[in-house]
Write a protein that binds this ligand. Structure first.
Ligand code: SOE
Length: 387
């Protein structure tokens, strides 16, 4: 009989659903090292929590996360909440010896991230930070191609994460648009993904210069109880200040000499969830676009001169990362599959007592870059990182 691991999840909205799906699907499609049991779902609003638990098959509910964490029968705490709630829960969970599966971005600051990492290390728990895009097969393939030298010496990294869900000035002031709950706008939410990918694919970042702007400075207040899934309802006629940026641009120098840029916005009308990057090297180049996530574009200088050009690799073959556990060759996968891959690797790390990536250390490194970006935008100075 396969060993089991009891999971307690905190949060039941967009990420609560994405994580629940991953816990359920992982043992159905992959030969996991242990089977996750959806034991307890935790959240503040009991009726919505109960409905969530019933739909996804969580065995029990709990409205007090402290009680959940102190339960001896829970092995894993899944933090599927906004970033301002990560720190306290992660620290308490690590102190109870629970392994942690935490949604991104890791925290509100470098200071919080440092402490979260230290407490996890002191208590020897496995800590995973869910920058799920590392486990999109096309991106994992890009990593392999770079490591195998197909691009040669790297020169350029260019990333843009573009969405458009707050273009309407009447979209309410949800937690993502307030500094006390989000720390920053797309620079935190979206650039955190791209910085994580840049660390994964290119290497560490040495210096940062950034600028940011606001297009809409005031919005109607939100009815937080009905927000979730990037949708929200207005609460009354009062308006409040937007206290995070609406768009950010950042240019960086990597330790290996690569020049890089990052663009993050929720005002790119028509762009729904477009995370794209381009990497240019001495022997070839790669480009990726999340809106076409099963494809990777590759240019190789070693192709014959008369037929050279970007070719499209459809990343649906059994030789491609994670694919052979899904469908027959040529059948595409989607957004939610990257979460399943994360759960599979996280369970493997727990069972084999090894650390998984990205973890809180990777999250800390990302926080350092993002915080430097905020400081640079504020001071209009280039910031050197001492990592
Ligand atoms: C909202 O901008 C968001 O849901 C991010 O928070 C996620 O990390 C990203 O995957 C999709 O967009």
């Amino acid at each position: 009989m396969l060993k089991t691991l009891n999971v307690g999840i905190v949060g039941y909205k967009f990420m609560g659903r994405a994580h629940s799906n991953a816990w359920l699907k992982a043992p159905l499609f992959f030969d996991v090292a242990a089977k996750p049991v959806l034991k307890v779902a935790c959240g503040r609003h009991e009726p919505s929590l109960k409905e969530f638990a019933e739909r996804w098959g969580w065995q029990e509910t709990q409205t007090d996360w402290k009680k959940l964490i102190s339960r001896a029968d829970i092995d894993i705490i899944d933090i599927a909440l906004p970033q301002h709630l990560h720190y306290e829960i992660a620290i308490a969970a690590a102190k109870e010896g629970k392994h942690i599966f935490c949604e991104k971005p890791l925290a509100m600051s470098v200071k919080q991230a440092e402490e979260m990492l230290r407490v996890c290390e002191d208590n020897k728990v496995i800590h995973y930070l869910n920058h799920n895009y590392r486990r999109v097969p096309a991106i994992a393939l890009a990593k392999k191609m770079i490591e195998n030298g197909l691009l040669g010496r790297l020169f350029h990294w260019r990333a843009a994460y573009q969405q458009d869900w707050i273009v309407d000035p009447e979209f309410p002031l949800t937690w993502q648009l307030r500094k006390e709950t989000a720390q920053a706008g797309p620079h935190w939410d979206l650039n955190s993904h791209c910085v994580d990918l840049a660390h994964y694919l290119i290497g560490s970042i040495d210096s940062v210069t950034a600028m940011s702007t606001n297009f809409i400075t005031e919005r109607p207040l939100a009815d937080e109880a009905s927000t979730g899934n990037l949708q929200a309802e207005v609460n009354g006629s009062e308006r409040g200040q937007v206290t995070v940026e609406d768009a950010a641009l950042m240019i960086v120098k990597f330790a290996n000499g690569v020049m890089g840029s990052f663009e993050a916005t929720r005002f790119a009308t028509g762009r729904k969830n477009k995370l794209s990057f381009e990497i240019y090297g001495s022997k070839g180049s790669l480009t990726f676009d999340l809106e076409r996530m099963n494809e990777l574009m590759f240019f190789s200088s070693s192709d014959a001169d008369d037929t050279q050009g970007f070719r499209k690799i459809i990343v649906t073959e059994p030789q491609h990362p994670y694919i052979k556990s899904w469908w027959p060759p040529g059948h595409i996968i989607g957004y939610e599959h990257s979460f399943v891959h994360a759960v599979v690797d996280f369970i493997d790390a727990i069972e084999n007592k090894k650390q998984v990536t990205p973890n809180f250390n990777d999250g800390l490194n990302t926080m350092k870059v993002l915080e430097a970006g905020l400081l640079s935008a504020q001071t209009k100075q280039q910031i050197t990182l001492n990592t």
